[in-house]
Design a protein around this ligand. Structure first.
Ligand code: BGC
Length: 537
């Protein structure tokens, strides 16, 4: 594979890329402390090149007290010693580029850590100070100010406000250690422009924008209108940790998706353009409609947004058909490439969502193969290529802040460190003899990279084959998808030279004419069994 050539004619590489998400704590540990790190990732880059992905997105590795595992940033321009050093980041970028892999880093602009220098200064400076004006500090309600300033709820459970001993409250849409910034204060956008330039200068190829829909809040910070007694996070917000991936209805959301945010993304677009034609940004934006999602990816804003409707769809031909059609219709008017994703570090892994066990895994592979045939880019989450299921993490090992705020299991079960080799924990995750930061199940010995390599029918070999097959057509197949029929149980569509059939029903389905060149499972007797997908040419 040829390394990216910065002087090459402008190719928007992300439009058809397969991006592999690395959750830094849980990918590979180089120093034996049981926690993944940057040198660990670097050592495994050849594995990712051989898997056949185009880019790697790495979750936050910046200085952080780790209350939300890096999504609470104390210094945006340094590496947490837990994960290595700036020199390790440079090494990772250099090695990835040598191997032809692009690198996307996470940017967390909605909030800082409560240990960021700005927040410490704000606490020290007191009410009314310019230091407090970088965040959303307010007086409380009620005669003695002991009620929060409004009724907003944290995505991680409980009120979105915490009171300081001096009586003022500050807003945190996530954990109390993640104070929300005030994006109407010009110092805030100015700081993030510097952060973007800092990482662009080091050679990153793109940014994943965390909570991209959250930066601005309605200026009055008015109460949210919601059904009496509702204590769950706002319906349009980021998914409730663990899984409450509830179907979202149009709701009153003064804390999300405010129009002012788009001016910020236009300015970031200019910064990325200045850095080179091959820099990109992808939004994590949980918006209420496909149209509002499309606003984030207008030609002068961000390049992509995660398409969570694919991940939210039920196991049903009709649901998948609707999401495909709806997604393509939403992005077409703005000219953005669609994206697809089935798992990430915030949701229950898709084999478990589809029912678990052999059937859940068969469905997961079938949904993945269907996804990989679609135009646009696909995001895959570490471990899905091994068929890992959600782990039921024992309460004493849970670390998700939402667990501490709600008592719900949270997201730790999709963040268990990757099993690479060997017969017992830590399965080659690191040099240490012990279990890593979240214990791995003993049964994972059959799921290691080593055990699955060259093993016929393994999920890893399925991913390798599917990604290799995708390379033979994806870049040139165009972005049109033609649905074939509207069968209740079977989804079928054509894209360029490829016909894709996914059987969501309970009976075997006939295969249309064509040569099979990728399948998610066996095709006994030349028919398509339930829970299976196939590509024909
Ligand atoms: C990230 C989460 C994180 C939250 C707060 C998200 O949407 O993906 O992992 O907890 O933002 O930063």
């Amino acid at each position: 594979m040829t390394p990216p050539d910065p002087t090459a004619e402008h190719h928007q590489w992300w439009r058809d890329a397969v991006v592999y998400q690395v959750y830094v704590r849980s990918f590979a540990d180089s120093d034996g402390d049981g926690i993944g790190d940057l040198p660990g990732i670097t050592s495994r880059l050849p594995y990712l090149r051989d898997l056949g992905v185009d880019a790697v997105w790495i979750t936050p590795f910046y200085t952080s007290p780790q209350h939300d595992h890096g999504y609470d940033v104390a210094d945006y321009r340094d590496v947490d010693p837990l994960f290595g050093s700036l020199a390790d980041a440079d090494e990772l970028l250099g090695r990835a580029h040598e191997l032809g892999l692009r690198v996307i880093v996470d940017l967390v602009p909605n909030h800082t850590s409560s240990e960021h220098a700005w927040f410490r200064a704000a606490v020290a400076a007191g009410p009314g100070s310019p230091e407090r004006a970088r965040y959303l500090f307010r007086a409380g309600r009620g005669p003695d100010g002991s009620e929060p300033p409004n009724n907003w709820l944290s995505v991680f459970g409980g009120p979105a406000w915490t009171r300081l001993p001096d009586g003022e409250w500050y807003l945190h849409l996530f954990d109390a250690t993640q104070p929300d910034l005030d994006w109407r204060n010009p110092e805030v956008p100015a700081m993030f422009e510097e952060v973007l330039r800092f990482w662009l200068d080091r050679g990153v190829d793109g940014f994943r924008i965390d909570v991209a829909h959250g930066l601005f809040k309605e200026e009055t910070l008015r109460d949210q209108v919601r059904p009496a007694g509702e204590t769950a996070p706002a319906p349009g917000s980021a998914p409730a940790p663990g899984d409450s991936m509830v179907a979202r209805t149009l709701a009153d959301e003064p804390m999300w998706d405010q129009p002012e945010v788009h001016e910020i993304y236009r300015s970031w677009h200019r910064i990325l353009d200045e850095a080179g034609p091959d820099k990109m940004a992808v939004a994590e934006a949980w918006t209420q409609t496909p149209e509002s999602m499309a606003r984030f990816v207008r030609p002068d804003e961000l390049d992509q947004a995660f398409n969570f409707s694919w991940l939210l769809a039920d196991w049903s031909a009709e649901a998948f058909r609707d999401v495909i059609t709806g997604t393509l219709e939403a992005v077409a008017p703005v000219g953005a490439a669609p994206t697809w994703v089935l798992s990430n570090h915030d949701v229950v892994r898709h084999p478990t969502r589809y029912g678990g066990g052999a059937q859940g895994l068969a469905r997961a592979r079938a949904a993945t193969l269907t996804m990989l045939a679609l135009p646009g880019s696909s995001y895959v989450y570490q471990g899905e290529e091994l068929g890992l299921a959600q782990v039921d993490v024992a309460p004493e090992h849970r670390q998700d802040p939402s667990w501490f705020r709600t008592g719900e299991p949270g997201r730790d079960g999709c963040r268990v460190p990757i099993p690479w080799s060997g017969a017992e924990p830590p399965f080659g995750f690191g040099p240490g003899p012990d279990q890593p930061w979240i214990p791995q199940p003993a049964g994972w010995s059959a799921l290691t990279v080593e055990a699955q390599t060259r093993a016929e029918g393994s999920t890893l070999e399925f991913y390798r084959a599917a990604l290799a097959a995708r390379r033979t057509f994806a870049a040139t197949a165009g972005e049109d998808v033609e649905m074939i029929g509207d069968d209740e149980a079977v989804l079928a569509f054509r894209r360029g030279p490829v016909t894709v059939v996914l059987n969501c029903g309970t009976a075997p389905a006939a295969l249309p004419p064509g040569d099979v060149f990728a399948a998610s499972g066996d095709l006994p007797g030349g028919v398509l069994p339930p829970d299976t997908a196939v590509w024909l040419r």
